[in-house]
Design a protein around this ligand. Structure first.
Ligand SMILES: Nc1ncnc2c1ncn2[C@@H]1O[C@H](COP(=O)(O)OP(=O)(O)OP(=O)(O)O)[C@@H](O)[C@H]1O
Ligand SMILES: [Mg+2]
Length: 370
């Protein structure tokens, strides 16, 4: 019996829980037509809340509906990659030869659904394909068959706005032309807000904002028990309760805790409370290594000093006044870091003038490494 859990970023879990509403929203948007609000989605959440695997599930949804899927990660050079290596094979697969002909929006809309793609030969007007023309052609060709193009853009925080601009403009153009294009982007909240705030592009301004956070306990229990049962073992109620409590609703910990539960004694038929007790510290260690260490590396020394001052309290929220005193800094200075860390979803506001850690076991990590 092999371990069903997937404690690795970006890997689709054995059971994806709590995302039915999002998947249905996209399904509706694909069949509803260009005006549906869920044709543009911006998904944010802290590291490990399941942005990538949600995008993967949305891509599957689009593929199941017969849509062409463009799945890319933000990085400098994205526009060239799309124009030169991602879109051409899709255009070819859908019968559009972009080097000799260019589907015009007009001819396509006249022909309507089911007609073959009409081409206007452009030899007289030498035509250099651009990201915008390629997306237009692909969406037009698919639109003739009642389908469309779904674009998924992950890790928005890895690029600068200028790297993403050509893609945004191409999508905006397609939306304005009423072409069947749907778009979903995901990234860490602070960076995404910085990139997309005050947007001049209507499609981004109107995009649905999905924030991924903690999952409710019954769903966490289902995400643990389901794959264990499917793989042929059981788990005692007490062991499951301890595991659910350890997860704290944090999606990545479902897989880490599940993996350790399973491997404590893989040959036993039932995962017992004793095995669960052995699994918990190993899962917390894995969270330190895979989540906390990289999260802290992304932060500035000032951010880290703020967090270390919070971790002086062995549990519960910390007042901003205490943090200012511990850092020997002004309230204004401390409030600046408070806002940054809240935007990064590393901490969260907790009652008047208080903050608490947003990532489970981050406090323990800071106390160990301080
Ligand atoms: N809804 C869910 N149900 C069960 N497991 C999940 C769920 N969402 C995410 N996971 C698991 O959590 C882990 C992290 O998911 P994912 O890589 O999608 O996070 P992310 O938000 O993209 O993180 P990052 O910000 O580092 O890119 C994966 O192992 C994934 O299988
Ligand atoms: Mg990801």
């Amino acid at each position: 019996m092999s371990n069903p859990f997937t404690p690795t970023f970006g890997v689709t879990p054995p059971l994806l829980v709590g995302r039915d509403a999002e998947i249905s929203a996209l399904n509706r948007a694909l069949s509803a037509g260009p005006g549906d609000p869920a044709r543009a989605i911006v998904c944010t959440g802290a590291r490990g809340t399941g942005k990538t695997v949600l995008l993967n599930a949305l891509e599957d949804t689009a593929r199941d509906s017969g849509w062409a899927v463009v799945s890319v990660t933000a990085h400098p050079g994205l526009a060239d990659e799309l124009t030169q290596t991602v879109l051409p094979p899709l255009l070819a697969a859908h019968g559009v030869d972009e080097f000799t002909s260019h589907v015009t929006g007009a001819s396509a809309s006249v022909l309507g659904v089911g007609a073959s793609v009409s081409r206007s030969v452009t030899e007289r007007y030498p035509f250099t394909p651009s990201l915008r023309s390629e997306l237009t052609d692909l969406a037009t060709a698919l639109g003739l068959r009642g389908k469309g193009v779904f674009i998924s853009l992950d890790e928005v925080h890895r690029a600068r706005r200028t790297d993403l601009e050509p893609l945004f403009h191409a999508v905006q153009h397609a939306f304005r032309e009423g072409l069947p294009v749907a778009f979903a982007a995901a990234g860490l909240p602070a960076a995404v807000h910085a990139i997309l705030n005050d947007d001049v592009l209507t499609f981004l301004r109107r995009a649905q904002r999905w924030t991924l956070g903690d999952l409710p306990e019954p769903l966490v229990a289902e995400a643990l028990r389901g794959p264990i049962a499917l793989a042929g073992r059981t788990i005692s109620q007490a062991a499951l309760d301890l595991a659910v409590e350890t997860v704290h609703g944090y999606p990545f910990l479902i897989q880490v805790v599940g993996f350790e539960l399973w491997s404590a004694q893989p040959d036993s038929a039932e995962i017992s409370l004793r095995q669960a007790r052995a699994a918990v510290p190993r899962a917390i260690d894995a969270a330190h290594r895979l989540v906390h260490d990289p999260a802290l590396r992304d932060l500035s020394p000032g951010d880290r000093a703020f967090l270390t001052a919070m971790a002086v309290d062995p549990e519960g929220p910390t007042t901003v006044a205490d943090i200012a005193e511990r850092l020997n800094a002004s309230r204004g200075h401390v409030n600046k870091y408070r806002a940054r860390l809240i935007a990064a979803e590393v901490i969260e506001p907790s009652g008047r003038g208080q903050v608490d850690f947003a990532l489970p076991f981050l406090r323990d990590y800071l106390r160990q490494t301080a």
